[in-house]
Every structure is written in C-alpha cells, then in structure tokens.
Write a protein that binds this ligand. Structure first.
Ligand code: HEC
Ligand code: HEC
Length: 240
C-alpha cells in the first residue's frame, strides 16, 4: 500500500489524512467542568485512587516528564485525545503493557479522561538547545536517514513528515518522539509489528513499523531517544 507521495519533501502542506486523523478523536463528554476534570486528574496523578491505582507520578515523574533510565514514557504535554485513547486501549487490552494494564483497568472512564486532561496541560518537552537537522546524513546513516528522508523504494515516508521536522510532534494526533527514551520508542515499534498496540489513526504506524527491520528500529530509536533526550546529531547517526 502506498502513501501516494512521489518525492521526499521536508516542507509541504498538511496532508489530508493528517487533518482527518487530528479531527477524528472526540473527547468523552462529561458533566464536570473542564476545571473540575483537571482537578480530578491531578488527584489521580498525584495520589492514585481508592480502587488501588498507584500514583501516576511514581513512574511518569512529578511533572509527567517520564524516566529515561526506566523507559517510562514522558506523558506531559501530549494531547488529551491521544493520552485518553492510550489509556482506553490499555484498559480494553488492545495495547499491552505489564505495568499499564492494571492501572488503566482500575480507572473509571471518567478518571481516564480527567487524568489525560491533567497531563495534557503540563508543559511538553522542550529541547535543551535548538535541534538542528543533520543535513549531512547518508543512506548508510540509518537513523537520521529514516527520520528525515524515509525510504522511498519501500513507500516509507520520513518520520519527520508526521512527527515534525524535529520530532516534537504535530497537532493532537502525532505525538512527540524527541524526549522519549530510545528503549521506549523501540519497544513501541516492535509492539506494532507484533500487533500488541492498536494501529492508531488510519493504521499509519502499523504500516510504518511493518517496513522496519530490527536494525532500522534500533537506529531510529537511538536517533530520537537517548539519555540526553534530544535528537542525536552525530554524523554517524547510529549511537550504540
Ligand atoms: C508502575 C509504573 C507505572 C504507573 C504507576 C503508571 N504508568 Fe503509565 N506507563 C508505564 C509504562 C512502563 C508505560 C509504557 C508501556 C508500553 O510500552 O506501552 C506507560 C505508558 C503510559 C501511557 C502511554 C504513553 C504514550 O506516549 O503512548 C500513558 C498515557 C500512561 N502510561 C499514563 C499513565 C497514567 C495516567 C497513570 C496513572 C493513573 C500511569 N500511567 C501509571 C508505567 C506506569
Ligand atoms: C504517516 C504518518 C507517520 C509516519 C511517517 C510516522 N509516524 Fe509514528 N505515529 C504516527 C501516528 C498517527 C502516531 C499515533 C499512533 C496512535 O495514536 O496510537 C504515531 C506514533 C508513534 C510512536 C508512539 C509514541 C508514543 O508516545 O507512544 C512512535 C514511537 C512512532 N510513532 C515512531 C515513528 C518512527 C520512528 C517513524 C519513522 C520510522 C514514524 N513514527 C513515522 C504517524 C506516523
């Protein structure tokens, strides 16, 4: 299946499917005001719930910043619709995780929506310094090449075309990659390959992940992730 693009382009108008995906996620309607939902979400995040849900911040950090060493994802500043969809997917067994399934199941739908609202309002990842794109990358520099050029003989668009030039995410539907641990990014790509994560808007990530080898996954995860949490700018591309 093709994406219908003939040339790699870094700057171009928003493709139609991106607008469709961004508009498709509806928020759970609630009788609570937004402020009340955010308050409830904060309580869940900080204290957990009486049903036995652990405080989210114990793993995801006090500000939702994640834990690079543990591979716990950053959730602060991701969109509410994305976060809520992930929590629902864990709760319904469509997205599998040893650590997330139980808390997601024990939350009520209203609590999942509220805690998503809370974390979406925390500041997103900001790189310590402006991120420059590696213009000197060669096809053999697998990480930067896949990230910024894609692989057109496989109809594989560049990650940057959906996740933004610097991987900081685009709109509500395309989450940030920069700021996530390499181990987390790699795990997600393998989860899609193995059908352990729902394919998301328009099945885009299942298509992408299905075209990546283990080596591709390691390289592109190392490019976006890593202990310093910024895009890796080494000319060699693949950090070991
Ligand atoms: C025991 C540790 C732990 C606790 C407590 C925990 N999480 Fe997680 N969370 C994880 C791990 C590990 C992952 C990555 C799982 C995977 O690979 O899918 C994750 C993933 C997520 C994701 C998906 C992030 C993304 O970018 O797709 C969301 C959203 C999330 N957690 C929200 C929460 C919320 C909200 C709470 C509190 C109700 C919570 N988590 C409590 C460990 C935890
Ligand atoms: C055609 C658009 C598109 C392209 C190209 C694309 N992605 Fe994605 N990506 C998405 C969408 C949409 C999501 C959200 C999926 C969901 O909602 O479950 C996503 C989510 C992700 C996530 C999950 C982030 C999280 O917080 O859990 C990772 C990791 C990821 N993409 C990596 C990549 C990598 C690496 C590439 C390049 C090899 C890439 N993507 C290329 C559309 C794309």
């Amino acid at each position: 299946m093709g994406f219908g693009w003939s040339l790699p382009q870094r700057r171009r108008p928003t493709p139609h499917w991106m607008r469709i995906a961004a508009g498709g996620a509806a928020l759970l309607l609630s009788s609570m005001s937004l402020a009340q939902q955010v308050d409830l979400g904060q309580t869940v995040a900080m204290n957990g719930t009486a049903a036995g849900v652990a405080a989210c911040v114990a793993c995801h950090g006090m500000k939702g910043e994640g834990d690079m060493v543990g591979g716990f994802p950053r959730i602060a500043g991701l969109s509410r619709s994305y976060l809520e969809a992930q929590l629902n997917a864990y709760a319904h067994g469509q997205r599998q995780s040893f650590l997330m399934t139980t808390p997601a199941r024990l939350l009520t739908p209203q609590e999942r929506s509220a805690v998503a609202a809370y974390f979406s309002r925390l500041p997103p990842y900001l790189p310590p310094q402006p991120i420059a794109i590696d213009e000197s990358a060669q096809p053999s520099d697998v990480g930067p090449w896949l990230a910024n050029r894609g692989r057109w003989n496989q109809n594989l668009p560049a990650c940057a075309q959906c996740h933004g030039a610097t991987g900081l995410g685009v709109g509500a539907a395309f989450p940030a990659l920069t700021g996530q641990a390499a181990s987390y990014i790699a795990l997600q790509l393998h989860q899609w390959q193995e059908g352990k994560r729902p394919s998301g808007p328009m099945g885009l990530m299942s298509l992408v992940a299905g075209k990546l080898s283990d080596n591709d996954i390691a390289a592109v995860a190392a490019y976006y992730g890593g202990p310093d949490s910024g895009i890796q700018q080494t000319v060699a591309g693949v950090r070991k």
